[in-house]
Design a protein around this ligand. Structure first.
Ligand SMILES: NC(=O)C1=CN([C@@H]2O[C@H](COP(=O)(O)OP(=O)(O)OC[C@H]3O[C@@H](n4cnc5c(N)ncnc54)[C@H](OP(=O)(O)O)[C@@H]3O)[C@@H](O)[C@H]2O)C=CC1
Ligand SMILES: O=C(O)C1=N[C@H](C(=O)O)C[C@H](O)C1
Length: 231
């Protein structure tokens, strides 16, 4: 597989290059690339997306912090090329998403709160993973995350609403990524969590996605598709 990498000089770019040889963006010759993998920034992602569309190259993106208009562009481009997009490329988070959906549906009336911790360099918050877990919980309860999300708590006169999904964020040190989804009732609580122990976890998922997407029909795919898990 001839892999083109956007963000090759960054933390994730280095992790991918440790596992698989890659050409760095900008690419000298599009005909020498089978698939583009992007871990850069929202701007880097949409630039690479346009390059892939022009050249008919499949695209894998793990970049987070994508705005609504940029997401609409990704969706529109998926009519022309095959794209894999996920805020977290690990097997563990892909499975956790299903566990969260099951719990959110079964634990009727439980309050849902999501806590995430990442390294001090991370720019976007909450993390893409926290948002995808929140989306899974919201969908399982028949609502949209845009309706249910409550980002941060501060003040003195605002009690929690029943349907809220709360997000709390911690930033510090070199933490690769920790996520906890808590379900709280009066008599009991349940907590589902994941801890990444290296960046290799995400990088190997992205390489699997890159191998999988080559030759696939145009469309927007997720890690569920790559790993053969039902959505
Ligand atoms: N889905 C997943 O599993 C994971 C997703 N991520 C996400 O991946 C992204 C990158 O993370 P990380 O590697 O830690 O970040 P870094 O800041 O370490 O690396 C980002 C890299 O992208 C480059 N870059 C930024 N903007 C552009 C642009 N417009 N065009 C070309 N290159 C650009 C940077 O270059 P320069 O320094 O010169 O600006 C840098 O080399 C983040 O959104 C993060 O949340 C991270 C881990 C796992
Ligand atoms: O920036 C990171 O490092 C990570 N970003 C992703 C996210 O926003 O969820 C995935 C992982 O948690 C690491």
């Amino acid at each position: 597989m001839k892999l083109g990498l956007v963000g090759g000089g960054g933390r994730m770019g280095e992790a991918i290059k440790a596992l698989h040889p890659a050409k760095d963006y900008p690419f000298a010759d599009a005909s020498k690339i089978d698939v583009v993998v992007d871990f850069s920034s929202p701007e880097g992602c949409v630039k690479a997306l346009a390059f892939c569309r022009e050249n008919g190259i499949p695209f894998v993106t793990g970049t987070t912090g994508i705005e609504d208009a940029q997401q609409a562009e990704i969706k529109a481009t998926a009519a022309d090329i095959a794209i894999v997009q996920s805020g977290n490329m690990s097997l563990g988070i892909t499975v956790l998403k299903h566990l969260v959906a099951t719990a959110a549906k079964s634990l009727e009336g439980f309050d849902i709160e999501i806590l995430e911790t990442h390294h001090r360099h991370k720019k976007d918050s909450p993390s893409g993973t926290a948002l995808l877990l929140g989306e899974a919980a919201a969908r399982a309860r028949g609502t949209a995350l845009s309706e249910a999300a409550h980002f941060g708590r501060h003040g003195r006169d605002e009690a929690r609403k029943a349907e809220e999904i709360g997000f709390a964020v911690r930033r510090g040190g070199g933490v690769f990524g920790e996520h906890e989804v808590g379900f709280y009732a009066d008599g009991e609580t349940i907590s589902l969590g994941h801890m990444a122990l290296s960046r290799e976890t995400f990088a190997s998922g992205a390489i699997k996605a890159a191998e999988w997407v080559i030759g696939k029909p145009a469309g927007l795919y997720g890690m569920d598709d790559v790993l053969g898990l039902s959505r």
